[in-house]
Design a binder for this molecule. Structure first.
Ligand code: DC
Length: 226
């Protein structure tokens, strides 16, 4: 297992990915975007024409597909059957359907296994998702849970969308609230802070402020010579 495991969980558009990427860079750690793992299984299942609500079909798609996650210090490339699909994973169709994949217990079990294999091959990791501190790495060195008001998360998400998407702030916020509910209500790996997680409300903080804050906690708790 990696010498240093930092987990960052939190709801959609709470800034986890960007913060995890920048924190990984600061720590010289590899960055694991576990949402991308759920997204690539979603993409593979859509392409295979599978019934997304049928766990058996999802497991078959996983068995028949080749997934590769290439960790760089501050980015993660995702390959499906040898093709780089990183840019496809944010497509609306994938985002809208990922909840089916995320609520299939056996699919989650397999993905958590892949996340642990990843951790076993890296020296230091910063991993982000919904269940990293509660399920995948319950004994992580340090755990964070990022939150932000839904309206602020919607504003951030809208700002990163291509102008052509044509969605209103209200539509983006209601999508986010629907995803929050589906993440929180799921029977397996639901979205919730681990008992020992440090909860950080990022509503009034910019990215650099969040990264500095988390880095400060990591230094204090985990880096003896820092
Ligand atoms: O963080 P994201 O938006 O890329 O996540 C994509 C989907 O995967 C979303 O439906 C939540 C789900 N997910 C999960 O259930 N567990 C994780 N560890 C990461 C993501």
């Amino acid at each position: 297992m990696a010498d240093l495991i930092v987990t960052i969980d939190g709801p959609a558009a709470s800034g986890k990915s960007t913060v995890a990427r920048l924190l990984a860079r600061k720590l010289g750690a590899s960055f694991l975007d576990t949402g991308a793992m759920y997204r690539v299984v979603t993409l593979a299942a859509i392409r295979a024409g599978a019934d997304l609500s049928d766990q058996r079909q999802l497991l078959d798609v996983m068995d028949e597909s080749e997934f590769k996650f290439s960790a760089e210090q501050d980015k993660m490339l995702v390959f499906l059957d040898g093709t780089d699909v990183t840019e496809r994973l944010r497509d609306r169709q994938v985002t809208d359907n990922a909840r089916y994949i995320a609520s299939a217990p056996k699919v989650r079990q397999k993905l958590v296994g892949m996340q642990r294999v990843f951790a076993a091959t890296e020296l230091k990791i910063v991993t982000e998702g919904r269940d990293q501190g509660t399920v995948a790495f319950a004994d992580a060195d340090i755990k964070f849970f990022l939150t932000a008001e839904p309206a602020e998360r919607a504003r951030r998400r809208l700002a990163e969308m291509p102008a052509g998407d044509g969605l209103s702030l209200e539509q983006v916020q209601s999508d986010i609230e629907r995803r929050d509910k589906s993440d929180r209500d799921r029977a397996v790996g639901p979205l919730k802070p681990a008992d020992d997680a440090i909860v950080v409300d990022t509503t009034d903080l910019n990215i650099d402020e969040v990264v500095d804050k988390l880095f400060g906690f990591v230094k204090e708790k985990c880096l003896k010579d820092g």
